[in-house]
Design a protein around this ligand. Structure first.
Ligand code: SF4
Length: 307
């Protein structure tokens, strides 16, 4: 068994965006999130279970927006500083980073340029920015009416030396990506703006979504299997496959642009039992292999006294 990634779930469900397809249960306006501590005992065990043969990727993700918990990101990066994990990636909607780029204020306590420089020095190397479009107006309709210019956000993040990945969620509608030519335009945008990697996947309802609103939005705006298939066939015909990652993700060279095709919320049912190629860690100590069935798939239980 080879573990390819350890996802650590940053913070809680606080988020500064309002995506209609969000599968997280949303609470009120949640820019300032409470600081929590990390269960380091189970985190040590998680590291041991990842092994040392080949460094797994460290993915810092969230059930809300990770940058709302900037001090927790720092805590994790300090914990992982000298450990064999690479690459180290932060997944974000980048609203706070874009505001920092354009207004010199992120809107999140403790997140400023010094923080970004510090994270870089602690070994964070990749910022993965989720988008639904290369057009700011379309992103604004989904994330926040006050969406900062994406090109400026990318330039800003690159200025610290971070690798930028755009994680494009495909959906139907004006300005979004539902056709091969829309994806072509996204690839061109990436080349033009020095984006290192582009991942694309359709918006999907979670396997066990608790949000009827999100499920209904995905039903109305999501791509059909045939539409997704058409896009994959187009990419396969236009680009050169380089290598395969977990969950069937394939990396392509598309005229010099790194492009990765992926499925959103891939159920780990596809993996054979026992073949856990990615672990998910929650700060209370829960170590699991499944987003959809975190408790049933637990390897380590979380500490009941840990919030
Ligand atoms: S950015 Fe993520 S957590 Fe925030 S509303 Fe959108 S999908 Fe939900």
């Amino acid at each position: 068994m080879s573990v390819q990634s350890l996802s650590v779930v940053i913070g809680g469900r606080a988020c500064n965006a309002r995506c209609p397809f969000c599968v997280s249960e949303q609470t009120s306006d949640r820019k300032q999130a409470r600081k929590h501590t990390i269960n380091r005992i189970n985190l040590e065990t998680a590291c041991v279970m990842c092994g040392t043969a080949r460094p797994p990727a460290l993915l810092m993700t969230g059930q809300g927006e990770p940058t709302c918990y900037s001090s927790e990101i720092t805590d994790y990066l300090e914990f992982f500083r000298d450990r064999p994990f690479a690459p180290r990636e932060l997944q974000t909607n980048a609203l706070a980073l874009g505001r920092l780029a354009t207004r010199n204020k992120s809107g999140v306590r403790g997140l400023d340029k010094t923080t970004l420089q510090h994270w870089r020095e602690l070994g964070l190397n990749t910022i993965a920015i989720s988008i639904v479009s290369i057009h700011d107006e379309a992103n604004a309709c989904i994330y926040n009416p006050d969406y900062p210019p994406l090109a400026e956000t990318i330039r800003f993040v690159r200025s610290f030396g971070y690798t930028v990945r755009l994680c494009l969620m495909m959906m139907r509608g004006e300005g979004y990506v539902s056709l091969p030519e829309d994806l072509e335009a996204a690839v061109q945008f990436c080349r033009q703006h020095d984006v290192g990697q582009l991942t694309f996947r359709p918006i999907k309802a979670a396997y066990a979504s608790k949000s009827e609103h999100a499920t209904e939005f995905v039903r109305r705006h999501g791509l059909t299997d045939e539409e997704v298939q058409r896009i994959h066939e187009y990419v396969a015909a236009s680009a050169t496959p380089l290598y395969q990652l977990m969950h069937g993700m394939v990396i392509f060279d598309w005229h010099g642009q790194n492009v990765c095709s992926a499925n959103c919320l891939t159920s780990d049912m596809a993996s054979p039992p026992g073949d856990h190629r990615s672990y998910i860690y929650f700060r209370n100590g829960l170590l699991t292999t499944s987003w959809d069935h975190p408790t049933a798939a637990a390897i380590l239980q979380g500490d009941p006294n840990h919030d």
